[in-house]
Design a protein around this ligand. Structure first.
Ligand code: ATP
Length: 352
């Protein structure tokens, strides 16, 4: 493991910002810490970078215990949301800074700065000051400065938070490509679940100072281990029913076969159905689990439409319908429709 965090606890007065965190990041892996505001993401990052000393637990980096080591000795590159470039230094001087601190020979500094500028495609801008750059360009300088000294670990704390959507999307892909090319072990912090799904090899979902679940994006999305993870990662229909003899009674849908029925005890059950698995009208007709519903709201999203519906005799649900330009418009508010899903698209959410 390139980075191991074991049993980290950090208390502020009576608040446990971190309540015992364990985390392993493999060499070259891109791991995202995803969680709501106040869940402990920044505190964890600071403990790894050396800006917080944990009350309990240990941090090892490249096999060395660095729990008490000062930030500068950890060989960690960092990029924050607010750029944090030195305003009076040129782009090249900013990027050279970590090398100057390490007293690298002048020729090496020049060569590495040039390579880093090429890496982030800012070759022509070496002499500019940060204020003469756009937000996206400033963030690329920050990235170049973070990787120029071959860090053991790259920490990214909401680095795209201040950028507009289009720029954010292109930088996300750019950072991902760069990270792969350099084989950089990377820890990325965000509260944006879409960003986490796009960027990560694995995602650790945090809540209340603990990691709630860790896994590959597709696995977390399809098989969340709790209501919190189901709800936080993507949109969800959480259906309350009663399980018994391999089926669940779901209001409006009747008896639906349960996935992994043998392992499911009789009694209350929570089932996750993602909005794209709930089909409407013609697409619903051939599916085994069906109900009647009324459209409460239709939102057009370009390549898809999102429908909020009330199931007759049941709960409110969300459906996401893919839309091609030649498709007829999706059903409007007030229209009564047939809803359906395939039982294999259900996931039993563990109780608790
Ligand atoms: P955000 O996404 O809003 O930045 P976060 O997940 O990064 O949130 P942290 O900043 O790690 O969360 O904070 C975790 C908890 O610890 C919060 O309840 C916060 O108020 C508390 N906390 C963090 N730093 C301190 C501090 N220096 N003194 C007191 N409490 C703190």
């Amino acid at each position: 493991m390139q980075l191991s965090v074991t049993g980290i606890v950090r208390r502020f007065g009576t608040v446990a910002a971190l309540g015992g965190v364990d985390l392993d990041v493999a060499e070259g892996e891109f791991l995202t810490i995803l969680g709501p505001s106040g869940s402990g993401k920044t505190t964890l990052l600071k403990a790894i970078a050396g800006f917080e000393i944990p009350d309990e637990g240990a941090v090892t980096l490249g096999g060395l215990d660095v729990t008490l080591a000062p930030p500068r000795s950890r060989e960690v590159g960092m990029v924050f949301q607010n750029y944090a470039l030195f305003p009076h230094m040129s782009v090249a001087q900013n990027i050279a800074f970590p090398l100057e601190m390490r007293r690298r020979p002048r020729a090496e500094v020049r060569q590495r700065v040039e390579a880093a500028l090429r890496l982030v495609e800012l070759e022509g801008m070496a002499a500019r000051l940060p204020r003469q750059l756009s937000g996206g360009q400033q963030q690329r300088v920050a990235l170049a400065r973070a990787v120029v000294f071959d860090p053991k670990l790259l920490l990214l704390d909401e680095p795209f938070g201040a950028l507009d959507r289009k720029l954010r999307e292109s930088l996300q892909l750019e950072v991902r490509r760069l990270q792969r090319r350099l084989g950089l072990t990377t820890l990325f912090i965000t509260h944006d679940q879409e960003e986490a799904l796009i960027m990560s090899d694995r995602i650790a979902v945090m809540d209340k100072g603990r990691i709630q679940q860790i896994g590959r994006p597709g696995d977390l999305y399809a098989r969340p281990a709790s209501r919190f993870v189901a709800d936080f990662l993507g949109e969800s229909n959480l259906l309350e029913g009663r399980a018994g003899q391999g089926v669940a009674q779901l209001p409006g849908f009747g008896a639906v076969p349960l996935p992994g029925a043998a392992a499911q005890p009789d009694g209350p059950v929570t089932l996750l159905l993602r909005p794209e698995a709930l089909r409407v009208e013609a697409a619903a007709a051939p599916l085994p689990c069906r109900a009647t519903g009324t459209v409460l709201e239709t939102v057009f999203l370009g390549q898809s439409a999102k429908l909020r519906l009330r199931v007759e005799g049941g709960a409110e649900m969300l459906a996401r319908l893919p839309l091609r330009p030649s498709d007829p418009p999706p059903p409007a508010e007030g229209v009564v429709v047939t809803l359906g899903f395939a039982p294999e698209d259900l996931h039993v959410v563990p109780q608790g």
